[in-house]
Design a protein around this ligand. Structure first.
Ligand SMILES: [Zn+2]
Length: 202
């Protein structure tokens, strides 16, 4: 997970979005539950329960996956409009708001883990009993928080034309261009080096 915001990592689960063959990384409900585990939204135990549930109630799991993809595409539509300085499409914002509202119904305040000097509370979600929609609540909330924060101006798309993954540029000078320096960044560096060499030899 490299985007620096849960909702942006979620948008990136449609890989190669701009190619003629985008790669869907959420092919089954199990992929969605795994995303939840990889990002720390869900515990291993919760993921196990969702796995089991998706075998006993495959139809409900399938619907939850479609709902997740609806949320993802709404988040994408909102952020890509902001990136391109275009008006945010009203239907996408409406959809996102529906998920944000359903997330709010399951959110509760709890004291943050001790360790910090300042007392602080944080939002937690009541995952008991865990349902198929549970991973969507923190994702919707993450999108809402980012949209309402000063960090919104630092949302970027990777400068690689074939990648364009979204990320939050938390670098000091806010000039990060690549989703991941070791991936797209190095590829671009290599291409520049290769082109220079080729030009030099002709
Ligand atoms: Zn990239």
């Amino acid at each position: 997970m490299i985007a620096g915001a849960l909702c942006l990592d979620f948008v990136n689960t449609l890989d190669d979005r701009f190619s003629s063959e985008p790669k869907e990384l959420l092919k089954s409900y199990i992929d969605l539950a795994r995303f939840g585990e990889d990002t720390g939204i869900l515990t291993a135990g919760q993921v196990d329960r969702l796995f089991q549930g998706s075998y006993t109630s495959p139809q409900a799991a399938k619907e939850a996956l479609s709902s997740a993809i609806r949320l993802r595409e709404a988040i994408y539509a909102v952020f890509v409009a902001i990136l391109n300085k275009k008006p945010v499409p009203a239907p996408a914002l409406l959809t996102l708001n529906q998920y944000v509202q359903s997330a709010a119904q399951h959110a509760q305040l709890a004291p943050a883990q001790p360790g910090g000097v300042k007392p602080r509370f944080e939002w937690r979600f009541d995952f008991l009993p865990i349902g198929f929609d549970a991973p969507l609540w923190p994702i919707a909330r993450s999108a809402a928080e980012l949209l309402a924060s000063d960090d919104l101006q630092f949302v970027r798309a990777c400068a690689s034309a074939t990648c364009q993954w979204f990320f939050l540029d938390t670098s000091k000078n806010h000039r990060r261009r690549w989703c991941d320096m070791t991936k797209c960044g190095n590829r671009a560096k290599f291409r520049r080096f290769y082109n220079r060499k080729r030009r030099a030899s002709t």
